[in-house]
Design a protein. Structure first.
Lengths: 294, 302
């Protein structure tokens, strides 16, 4: 696209314009980076230095004690074993939930595009409503149901909830991707006698890596970062890391250790930040595809 | 139906094969009917009952809704949602659009800058809330920084000031979500046909004018989806409030979602919690349905 700065044809004006544009962009970038910088530096300062210094001062003495404490020995509620249990607890329900919801979403998308039947479009619309509802409206019945199923406060319960309410999104992802697969390909395979699963396995799956990556990243970020389901449907040391972090930061007893809070926040953010850094392109793609409907 | 040619004698296996697509889709449909539609209906029923600590199916009509709208805290939550929602949407759109336009000027390090603007979207709202709670800390945060910079009388206590606490949620929310709006607008800008702009340039239109009267109007669909997404985030906002202010001081920064959690889960007022959840659902419907309707009608007219 054209750019208005370049259109100010005079040389001097143009250079000045470029400087203003770059200056603004860099200033805003610094603003976006500031919280991360503050979190990192605060987490490696001593408490004395935090109390005496200021937010953006670099640490005088670097110490990783706050990190060790946040991981291994800080108290969240009654439990004083740090965030490590919560971290692994998050891992233990996020991974199965991501895999299961992606797998089911792939099959749903496959049916909704290449094996359409009378009424299948209506079914798709019916399912899509799941992307729009505020989850508050299902929390109370779900709490009751999980209790009946014996899944309250369990890892399986969280996997179940995240799969159930993730399916609308994963189905949407795969459906929108498979829509562009030419139907002739499937028709030809059918004439050759290939069945439903053979076609999926041999033809569709090999085409799917891009959308699988997008879907997995989207689901991983959503479920790892979830707080609502975690705080309502889990308890004790099985709580996800977001819930533990919130408990840690918002307990008002004892001395407030800001460095430990910040280390804990970074620990909670690391997995999704890592995914963003190594696969940012797919992350953005999922964001725009998934949330246009959400 | 999808079977290519009717085979005279179908074996049972063929019948299963033919029904496979439906069988595969079945569980998701069932899940959606039970856990989305069924549970909404269930919540609706609860909202008409006396339920407190445990569900109790004694119907009391609109009692819970009347109680809800007589509750001062609910009114605070609604007012906060309007203030937060309005400012959050406005600032995200403005920041996002300006950043997108600036980034679209053939910027050298565009990829880097884009990644920086977008990384907050990868973070949990709880992490964002924790970080901003520390930055806005009255005493040790920005207040101290500005005081040390030579303004000893400076105070910045929004986090603990009931009049201002909701604005801290706006600050953190915009920081988290505006980069995403930028990405939407940037994609929109990249999709615009260059020839229209060149023609306008040839006609002697200035670039700011071209942006204002040609480019921004063509971004209408992007505005539409951005507002929908942001409104949705605003209505659902729960994590950020919990981590940043906890709804406080008092309940000055409560939102409908934190209200629902407080009454439905910690204060044993299931009926009231259900009523507030239903109001949230209706708010989403009230925002999304007219907007979609208007957009669809507009598209039909061409």
């Amino acid at each position: 696209m054209a750019d208005f700065v370049r259109a100010d044809s005079a040389g001097g004006g143009r250079a000045l314009g470029r400087i203003v544009v770059y200056g603004l962009l860099i200033l805003v970038a610094l603003y976006y980076l500031m919280p991360l910088f503050v979190m990192l530096t605060t987490s490696i300062k001593t408490l004395e230095e935090i109390r005496a210094g200021n937010l953006i001062a670099l640490p005088g003495t670097v110490t990783f004690e706050a990190w060790a404490k946040a991981w291994g020995s800080v108290c969240t509620g009654a439990d004083c074993s740090g965030l490590k249990n919560n971290f692994w607890s998050s891992v233990s329900f996020v991974l199965p939930a991501v895999v299961i919801s992606t797998l089911i979403g792939a099959f749903n998308g496959y049916v909704l595009t290449l094996w359409r039947f009378k009424g299948s479009d209506l079914l798709f619309t019916t399912m899509l409503v799941g992307c729009f509802i505020p989850f508050q409206v299902v929390l109370l019945p779900m709490a009751q149901t999980l209790g009946w199923l014996g899944l309250a406060n369990t890892t399986s319960g969280l996997v179940f909830v995240h799969v159930v309410y993730g399916l609308a999104f994963t189905t949407l992802f795969f459906r929108n991707f498979y829509v562009s697969v030419p139907e002739e390909m499937v028709k030809a395979a059918r004439i050759d006698g290939a069945g439903f699963f053979t076609i999926f396995w041999r033809i569709i799956l090999p085409l799917s890596p891009p959308i699988i990556v997008v879907c997995v990243i989207w689901q991983f970020t959503q479920i790892w970062n979830d707080f609502l389901f975690g705080v309502v449907f889990s308890g004790g040391d099985r709580q996800p890391i977001t819930v533990a972090l919130n408990n840690l930061v918002n307990t008002s007893t004892g001395v407030k250790e800001y460095n430990v809070d910040m280390a804990a926040a970074i620990i909670a953010a690391l997995p999704t930040l890592f995914v963003y850094i190594v696969a940012g392109k797919y992350f953005v793609r999922g964001l725009t595809a998934g949330s246009v409907k959400g | 139906m999808n079977t290519a040619a009717p085979v005279p004698r179908r074996s049972a296996l063929d019948a299963v094969e033919a029904a496979l697509p439906k069988i595969v889709l079945g569980p998701t449909l069932l899940v959606s009917l039970v856990f989305v539609y069924g549970f909404i209906a269930w919540t609706a029923i609860l909202s008409f009952t006396k339920s407190r600590l445990l569900p109790n199916y004694e119907f009391v009509g609109f009692y819970q809704y009347v109680t809800l709208f007589e509750n001062e805290r609910w009114w605070v939550a609604l007012k906060n949602l309007c203030v937060f929602g309005g400012l959050f949407i406005f600032f995200c759109l403005a920041t996002g659009l300006i950043l997108a336009i600036l980034l679209d000027q053939k910027i050298r390090a565009e990829g880097w800058l884009r990644s920086i603007y977008l990384y907050p979207m990868a973070l949990s709202f709880i992490v964002t809330g924790t970080a901003w709670k520390w930055i806005l800390n009255p005493g040790l945060g920005i207040e101290r920084l500005v005081q040390q910079a030579g303004f000893p009388g400076f105070t910045f206590d929004w986090l603990v000031n009931p009049q201002m606490s909701v604005y801290t949620v706006v600050i953190a929310g915009v920081w988290q979500s505006s980069g995403f709006v930028m990405a939407l607008f940037l994609a929109g800008l990249r999709g615009i046909d260059d020839s229209v702009i060149k023609a306008a340039q040839v006609d002697g239109a200035s670039m700011p004018r071209i942006y204002w009267s040609i480019i921004i109007p063509t971004l209408r669909p992007v505005f539409f989806s951005a507002v929908m997404i942001l409104a949705h985030i605003a209505i659902k906002s729960f994590d950020l409030v919990m981590a940043l202010t906890g709804g406080g001081p008092g309940f000055s920064s409560d939102m409908p979602a934190t209200f629902m959690y407080a009454f439905g889960f910690t204060r044993n007022q299931i009926g009231l919690g259900a009523a507030s959840a239903m109001m949230m659902l209706m708010t989403v419907v009230a925002v999304i349905v007219p907007m979609m309707y208007a957009e669809v009608r507009r598209n039909r007219r061409g």
